[in-house]
Design a binder for this molecule. Structure first.
Ligand SMILES: [Mn+2]
Length: 357
């Protein structure tokens, strides 16, 4: 975790900015980090980062358009050299707060004010909450943390006061899959898979919301959010059912592929990993061009690296037991073969019996 003096430095940089522009990752941890800082400062604009794996050059247009006096990047492992150079040329400082291992070259990182909680890797919504410590934002930090499968220290008191939302003494994984806070975290992830107009409406609402109940409440301003998240929840449940019926119970690896309009490999793999704690879970969303893959379980990061290193154009990374990867569809069979051959890492005695479905 960051030290208290690092948190103070961050707070000073944020408070010095009159017109901050936030770029944040396209998930509930990124979203909650942004909301916590935006609410504390009561100023600034936010842009969701949809490029992967890094914050790409295309976002310099937003910088030109909004002309901020500071750029804040939240929950993104990498930024492109072009983006960093553009900000440098315009004299705009970049404050970058993250919790992943970065692959960004040092010379680019050095153009920013970079703070990471890696390797302990507390989520960015946890860091954000620790910067201003506003009690009225604790619930947002808890949603962001549980969305990233992390139980923050301030959750205990929240649980005592709100056992209906987060029962006491559950671990983060259980909280994500079985509690109301976990349900809200997933709903927000689904809510972010919508059109820009609808997402903006959701974020405007969340900027003013005061409790988790405001998110659960159906009213004219949450109508579209509920419609979208319910629709995706239904798709999600269908995929879980399908995975369970296809799953070979003797295989140490649960391998599941699906397609459709929406990629939700992270959500699907989290649920499958929760229901099969002794397995490696690999979930791939197949697009015409590429596969979006989530891997969960012991050594997920090692598996991800080893399964993508000989594939040109493949990317992958994340945390020890939860990663994401992208593989060109033309190499998806190679990826599968790589997984089959990764038996040394896992110490499986019968490598040839691993069947991928
Ligand atoms: Mn994230």
């Amino acid at each position: 975790m960051l030290t208290s003096s690092q948190l103070e430095e961050i707070r000073d940089q944020l408070e010095a900015s009159q017109n901050p522009l936030f770029f944040y990752d396209n998930d509930v941890d990124g979203l909650c980090s942004f909301l916590i800082l935006r609410r504390a400062l009561d100023r600034g604009k936010g842009v969701i980062i949809k490029s992967f794996p890094d914050l790409k050059e295309q976002y310099t247009k937003k910088v030109d358009e909004l002309n901020p006096d500071a750029i804040i990047i939240l929950d993104k492992a990498d930024i492109s050299e072009e983006f960093a150079n553009h900000a440098e040329q315009k004299g705009i400082p970049i404050l970058w707060i993250d919790h992943h291992k970065t692959n960004t070259p040092k010379q680019t990182v050095d153009k920013t004010s970079y703070y990471t909680s890696h390797p302990s890797a507390e989520p960015v919504s946890y860091i954000a909450q620790k910067i201003f410590n506003r009690p009225q934002d604790i619930w947002l930090a808890i949603i962001g943390c549980i969305g990233d499968v992390y139980m923050p220290d301030f959750a205990q008191q929240f649980s005592q006061e709100n056992p209906d939302l987060l029962p006491q003494n559950v671990d983060a994984f259980t909280a994500l899959q079985t509690t109301t806070i976990g349900k809200i975290a997933r709903k927000l992830n689904f809510g972010l898979m919508d059109t820009t107009t609808n997402i903006l409406q959701l974020i405007r609402y969340l900027t003013k919301a005061t409790t988790p109940h405001d998110i659960l409440e159906e009213n004219s301003r949450t109508k579209q959010f509920h419609k979208r998240s319910n629709q995706l929840e239904e798709f999600f449940q269908k995929q879980i059912k399908k995975a369970e019926t296809h799953f070979d119970k003797n295989s140490p690896i649960l391998f599941f592929t699906y397609s459709g309009n929406t990629s939700m490999s992270s959500e699907i793999s989290n649920r499958l990993a929760f229901d099969h704690k002794d397995k490696i879970v690999i979930v791939a969303f197949l697009r015409p061009e590429k596969a979006n893959i989530s891997i969960r379980g012991k050594n997920a990061l090692k598996i991800t690296k080893a399964a993508t290193e000989n594939i040109l154009g493949a990317t992958g990374g994340g945390h020890e037991e939860a990663t994401g990867a992208m593989v060109p569809i033309s190499d998806f069979e190679t990826f599968k073969d790589n997984i089959k051959h990764l038996t040394n890492i896992q110490n499986y005695s019968k490598p040839n019996e691993i069947s991928l479905q």
